[in-house]
Write a protein that binds this ligand. Structure first.
Ligand SMILES: [Zn+2]
Length: 101
């Protein structure tokens, strides 16, 4: 699967587990800047579906970027991550062979 959305306007399918793996690798410790909790909700249209992505409204070199929005489970503060960066990290940090995500 082509992982570079800069090549396409189609939304990539990213699993909930992949996003959790990305956040765990990035967060130190990932507290909400408003209320200080570390509990975030990752949007899924349905249980088991790929994570829900939104258009950021931003363009880089003429191409649209998608965002992953996750909300604080306590105060509702929204944070946005550039999906291009998430995909780049996932591609550079694949799961070991045989591991199911
Ligand atoms: Zn909060």
């Amino acid at each position: 699967m082509e992982m570079d959305i800069a090549e396409s306007s189609d939304k990539p399918n990213i699993s909930y587990e992949s996003i959790v793996r990305f956040f765990k690798a990035m967060e130190t410790p990932g507290q909400c800047p408003i209320c200080g909790t570390s509990s975030w909700l990752i949007p899924l249209k349905e249980k088991g579906s790929p994570v829900s992505l939104v258009a950021s409204g931003l363009y880089f070199e003429g191409k649209p970027r998608l965002s992953l929005a996750s909300s604080c489970n306590k105060c509702g503060f929204y944070r946005f991550h550039d999906v291009t960066v998430i995909l780049r990290w996932l591609k550079a940090n694949p799961l070991a062979e045989g591991v199911v995500e």
